[in-house]
Design a protein around this ligand. Structure first.
Ligand code: MG
Length: 367
């Protein structure tokens, strides 16, 4: 039997984590899970550890983020799948890359906040995207030259409120915002999808991952979510990635790369092109969905601006979910935090962590 890939899954009880465990359980002949972490779901964590024969587990609500980061550099691990939520994932991404691990990244905030810090640590083929759009771009870019790329086209479903006016958005509830039409996801990313902040974070993520300037990254609205993203080349050719909206596909690709393994469900039957009907594409509405515009501005400004954008957004999303403020207040809080911030060069993990804490306090005051 060939040597199995040794994997650590950070955030194994979340939406991505649970699906990653499912893929690893199906492919136990090729993958050995050596570590799991969860925030507070002890029962599920214990179940997962038992099913996969995992001896190292961390409960971060008790043991703290340093214990998670320590597991991310476990000497036996080849690959770390970071499925943590929010800027809390940055420390572990940093630890994994520093320790020479392959990093399969579902935690986009790591790159949004610390892209300028992380990317110099990455060797070719050792940072694998799990975000569906970035997995699509990564696959479209395989075998191609970065200098021959004309544009990366990131698709956006438009979320549950596509086509609404700002007056309508002012009154939407957390329950409505959580009901994404195409993807089943955790609460934080569901709200980010409703505000289109998620798409802005994904543009910043793509800028770092694929070393492309912002002028070559475009967002296109595509409500059916069948095309997961596209790459346009200088000769006018486009390569697109299509598939069902099932996160197990990009999760598995990050684990099987550079190979492809059979899907653990019948993907071919669920996407029958003859039944698919029409696919629509249009420009996103950045006037109504101001979070997308704020994210693009913060990304282009670079330095510490995306760190502030992200920290303010995390606080604002939590406040909206707790019904402490309205949907449009998310954009207000993020916008005000960005306006008050004096942009600096990114220098260290500690600098970003301090700024994250400081911004959260400022955002809380604005809620
Ligand atoms: Mg995505």
């Amino acid at each position: 039997m060939p040597e199995r890939l040794k994997v650590v899954i950070l955030g194994s009880t979340g939406s991505i984590g649970r699906q990653a465990v499912e893929v690893c359980a199906r492919y136990q002949d090729r993958i050995e899970v050596v570590g799991l972490t969860a925030y507070a779901e002890t029962v599920l964590l214990a179940k997962q550890a038992e099913a996969l024969g995992v001896t190292h587990t961390v409960l971060s609500s008790v043991e703290g983020p340093a214990a998670v980061a320590a597991l991310a550099k476990h000497p036996r691990a080849d690959l770390v799948l970071n499925a943590l939520v929010g800027a809390a994932g940055l420390e572990s991404s940093y630890a994994a890359l520093k320790a020479g691990k392959v990093l399969a990244l579902a935690n986009k905030e790591s790159l949004v906040v610390g892209g300028e810090l992380l990317m110099p640590l990455v060797e070719p083929g050792r940072l694998l995207p799990v975000d569906s759009e970035h997995s699509a771009l990564f696959q479209c870019l395989r075998g191609e030259e970065a200098r021959e790329v004309a544009n990366l086209w990131i698709t956006a479903s438009g979320g549950p409120f596509r086509g609404r006016t700002r007056a309508e958005l002012a009154a939407v509830t957390p329950a409505e915002a959580l009901a994404h039409p195409n993807w089943k996801m955790g609460p934080k990313i569901s709200i980010d999808s409703a505000t289109l902040m998620n798409k802005g974070l994904e543009v910043i993520e793509a800028h770092h991952l694929f070393a492309q300037p912002y002028r070559r990254i475009q967002v296109v609205q595509h409500p059916q979510s069948r095309v997961h993203s596209l790459v346009e080349y200088v000769d006018g050719s486009f390569k697109a990635h299509l598939g069902v909206t099932d996160m197990r596909i990009p999760i598995q690709y990050a684990l099987s790369y550079p190979e492809r393994w059979p899907a653990i469900f019948d993907a071919a039957v669920t996407l029958d092109l003859r039944e698919m009907g029409s696919l629509d594409f249009s420009a996103p509405d950045t006037e109504t969905f101001g979070c997308l515009r704020l994210a693009l501005e913060a990304g282009k400004a670079g330095g510490t601006m995306p760190c502030v954008l992200n920290a303010a957004n995390e606080v604002a999303v939590a406040a909206f979910l707790d019904r402490r403020m309205g949907f449009l207040d998310i954009e207000r809080v993020v916008g005000e935090c960005l306006e008050q911030h004096e942009c600096e060069k990114v220098q260290s993990l500690e600098q970003l962590q301090a700024l994250d804490t400081e911004t959260r306090a400022r955002a809380q005051e604005l809620v």
